[in-house]
Design a protein around this ligand. Structure first.
Ligand SMILES: CC(=O)SCCNC(=O)CCNC(=O)[C@H](O)C(C)(C)COP(=O)(O)OP(=O)(O)OC[C@H]1O[C@@H](n2cnc3c(N)ncnc32)[C@H](O)[C@@H]1OP(=O)(O)O
Ligand SMILES: O=C([O-])CC(=O)C(=O)O
Length: 448
């Protein structure tokens, strides 16, 4: 047998040896995806950080309600509205709120912002290593850079609260720098453009500094929109895939960098944070594939073929639609949609916005019709549906869309890690898997 055939041989055999009938999941009452029959999540923890609400539990089952997202007791709508009305940047304040549990006063906010700003520059060696890192995916470069931060940390394994807080601030501050540098290197190596490594500036917010490091010039409106987007993505309770990954890994007592790198890996997935990139790709595909952007029959027919895995990327998914918790609406998608509409008007992209809005409407209808009785839960547009369109309008390259999600969600991840490690009743997270294979006897090599 040729060496290169081994991979295919192993792969072919596992096709059979790891196939498990769907009925067995029902028979053994397995909560697939840690979800109950009614699609609600299995309760696995308690938190005081983010609250995500998409339905109400009633005696006759779940009642779908408009989605609510609450950070440390404050609704995301109030937080965004409060910051907008005071015409300030709000991401630093959101990070403080998530980490501390309360809104900072003026002095606390000033000092916290300064501490973050001072922690933004990278170790020279990290910058050089990013320069050296081959690869086109910034999420992977981010994960590798985070793992490398372990080496430069004088106290990397200490999980005491003060040390975790110090590491959290370092991570929140350095993500924008790593992402901006990684993008510039990518742009240089893959598009032959000039390489700019800009040091973060004092007295700029994180949103402004990111844009400065990324592209040098930016407008106040771009910084404002980016800051708001960062506020919206900061936390989503303990159960979302990446935060849960951080909680699971934290519960083993591993170091902060290993745990956060695992969270980055989770967020990259196209069913989670990676969906923002898929949505914009899907949108551009639909712009080409649909000849009349106002023809609902043509759109419905194409979306049905997508669900049947016949067209587009043949995964059967409509990206940006559906959510594990939200049913009627995702409050962040509503805000992003409003900004998308306003920006589109300003940029002369009303036709594109109208098409995207129609895709949202038709995707929900088509999905419900396609699934019929199989799924009782309503679906809605999620946070990823309009974010890419907004980022595109403020001139952000698609390579940073998912990293931007990480740049914001690092605040939630670190807050949850500290919470996980500080429960009085903490315990390693270790659910069960039932083995459904038959037992076999060992056969001597000669006789196989
Ligand atoms: C930041 C975020 O993570 S937001 C989510 C980003 N992800 C996406 O936009 C990808 C598209 N959406 C999806 O794949 C899903 O809606 C998820 C992963 C977000 C949630 O999945 P679930 O919790 O399984 O949702 P739900 O319980 O409502 O799903 C019911 C069924 O509909 C399917 N479904 C849900 N949404 C979609 C969709 N957009 N396209 C195709 N099928 C879908 C599910 O796969 C599931 O099928 P199954 O019963 O055969 O397992
Ligand atoms: O909560 C989830 O399942 C996905 C998530 O992180 C989000 O929507 O921000």
């Amino acid at each position: 047998m040729k060496d290169e055939y081994m991979v295919y041989k192993l792969s072919e055999s596992i096709k059979e040896t790891s196939r498990i009938d769907n009925e067995l999941f029902v028979k053994h009452n397995v909560k697939r995806g840690l979800r109950n029959e009614d699609h609600s999540g299995v309760l696995v923890g308690l938190t005081k950080i983010g609250d995500v609400v998409g339905y109400e539990r009633q005696s006759d089952g779940l009642k779908a309600i408009p989605g609510k997202l609450v950070y440390r007791g404050i609704s995301i709508d109030d937080l965004v509205q409060g910051i907008e009305s005071e015409n300030r940047f709000g991401f630093e304040e959101t990070a403080f709120l998530l980490l501390s549990g309360y809104l900072p006063d003026k002095e606390e906010l000033e000092v916290f912002t300064r501490v973050l700003n001072q922690a933004m520059p990278l170790e020279q060696k990290t910058t050089m290593n990013i320069l050296d890192l081959e690869g086109h995916n910034i999420m992977n470069i981010l994960a590798r850079s985070v793992l490398e931060m372990y080496t430069f940390d004088p106290n990397p394994d200490d999980t005491s609260r003060d040390n975790l807080m110090r590491q959290s601030i370092e991570l929140i501050a350095k993500f924008p720098t790593i992402i901006a540098y990684a993008y510039n290197i990518l742009r240089h190596s893959q598009q032959g453009r000039s390489l700019h490594i800009r040091h973060p500036k004092e007295n700029l917010s994180i949103a402004e500094n990111f844009l400065f490091m990324l592209k040098g010039q930016f407008t106040p409106m771009e910084a404002k929109i980016l800051d708001l987007a960062l506020m919206l993505h900061a936390d989503h309770g303990g159960g979302n895939n990446s935060t849960f990954t951080v909680r699971v890994t934290s519960s083993s007592g591993t170091d902060t960098y290993s745990s956060i790198a695992a969270g980055i890996g989770s967020l990259k997935g196209p069913l989670h944070g990676g969906a923002n990139l898929r949505v914009i790709d899907m949108f551009h595909h639909l712009q080409e594939a649909i000849s009349d952007w106002t023809d609902t029959d043509e759109i419905d027919a194409y979306l049905t073929r997508m669900l049947k895995k016949e067209v587009y990327n043949k995964t059967g998914k409509i990206y940006g639609i559906g959510h594990a918790v939200y049913t009627i609406s995702d409050p962040r998608a509503l805000l992003l949609k409003k900004w998308a509409r306003d920006l589109a008007k300003e940029k002369g992209l009303d036709k594109e916005f109208a098409f995207l809005e129609l895709i949202e409407e038709r995707a929900i209808e088509t999905f419900m019709k396609f699934k019929g009785n199989q799924v009782k839960k309503r679906v809605c547009a999620n946070v990823d549906f309009y974010s890419g369109f907004v980022y595109e309008m403020i001139g952000l390259p698609k390579e940073v869309y998912t990293p931007l999600f990480a740049m914001s969600r690092i605040t939630g991840w670190t807050a949850h890690r500290i919470e996980e490690l500080n429960f009085d009743s903490k315990r390693i997270i270790r659910p069960a898997y039932k083995n459904v294979a038959e037992n076999k006897s060992f056969i001597p090599l000669e006789k196989r």
